[in-house]
Design a protein around this ligand. Structure first.
Ligand SMILES: [Cu+2]
Length: 332
């Protein structure tokens, strides 16, 4: 069975109710008009026995059969509608068993009039959410400051974004290349109406490439004179702080002073260490937060030049003091 999207579900509920409502309306209005015409005022009213008169009890009920039949049919229609609609809504609430592929999961946070998204691999995005076409997307929505509501009318998505609470919902965007507007559906402050974003639908391959490309790191190494470091070898390690992901390289060589990691699978907080052959430079230890393409630049220090550094720092402090004096002078 073809997986139904939220749009399909709500569309069919709407169509069925519209069709039945129209049918009942047409029957009731037509029968009313028919009787109004049939019993219209003509001049021979006094002589016509078939006209109803005031206070006359209805006849021809066939011992309640007519009444029973009309109530019965109404009850069957109403109960079927309730059962069918309820089944459709149960599917909307809990569709996972019907999906033929695992949904991609995205955490959504509404905060300070903007929307923040985080994908399973730790990639983060703001306001624009990229999703693959024709693939279920499961979202978990929360709020950072006040009550917001994540809403995408085109996709029939509406989920409260409340601090400390997590509202789960899902959607399927069918057409690649389409863009659906995200709005805040909860009056949340003076920039409420600017709290907009979009859902960008991509081909599945395109989406996978995009997501992989988000975790590229370029590390540029420079000397203190801001010259790129081109020679020598190094050992580099990127280690995830919470999970078991380690990326490393021994005997690495620079490409234009840059070290590139392209195959990182998980974003998050990493500890970066670089050691240089023969202690040519001071080892580097840094922590970096990876949640998108990252360009990091590290300045290498010559271990023999430590004394010079100390002098430099003193010089800088002296400069700062001189600057402060200037500013004070300016204000007065
Ligand atoms: Cu809001």
């Amino acid at each position: 069975m073809e997986v139904q999207t939220r749009v399909d579900v709500f569309e069919s509920i709407f169509q069925v109710f519209l069709a039945l409502g129209t049918l009942v309306g047409v029957v009731v209005i037509a029968y009313t008009m028919y009787n109004a015409y049939k019993y219209r005022d003509t001049d021979d009213a006094e002589t016509d026995d078939s006209l109803p008169t005031l206070g006359e009890l209805p006849t021809g009920g066939k011992g309640g059969k007519k009444l029973f039949l009309s109530f019965g049919i109404s009850a069957i229609i109403v109960i079927s509608l309730v059962v069918w609609t309820y089944a459709m809504l149960l599917y909307v609430e809990n569709p996972e068993d019907d999906f033929d592929e695992d949904p991609i999961e995205i955490d959504v946070e509404g905060d300070n009039f903007a929307w923040y998204y985080e994908y399973e691999n730790g990639v983060e995005a703001t306001n624009t959410m990229n999703v693959p076409a024709d693939h279920p997307v499961a979202i978990e929505v929360t709020g950072g400051d006040v009550w917001h509501t994540f809403g995408v009318t085109d996709l029939r998505v509406k989920a409260d974004a409340i601090p400390g609470e997590y509202d789960e919902t899902w959607f399927i965007a069918e057409e690649a290349g389409e863009e659906h507007e995200v709005e805040c559906f909860e009056l949340c402050g003076d920039q409420h109406s600017d709290m907009v974003g979009s859902v960008q639908v991509m081909e599945e391959d395109e989406f996978d490439d995009w997501l992989d490309d988000q975790l590229n790191v370029d590390i540029t190494l420079e000397t203190e004179d801001e010259e790129p470091v081109e020679e020598g070898t190094y050992e580099i390690t990127l280690e995830h702080q919470e999970e078991d992901f380690v990326y490393d390289e021994d005997d690495g060589e620079y490409d234009n002073g840059t070290i590139t990691f392209e195959d990182i699978e998980q974003g998050g907080e990493y500890e970066l260490t670089i050691e240089f052959e023969d202690d040519e430079y001071e080892p580097i230890e840094d922590s970096i937060n990876l949640n998108g393409p990252e360009n990091i630049s590290e300045t290498l220090e010559d271990p023999d030049a430590e004394d010079d550094d100390a002098d430099d720092e003193e010089d800088e402090e002296a400069d700062d003091e001189a600057d402060d004096d200037d500013e004070d002078g300016g204000e007065n």
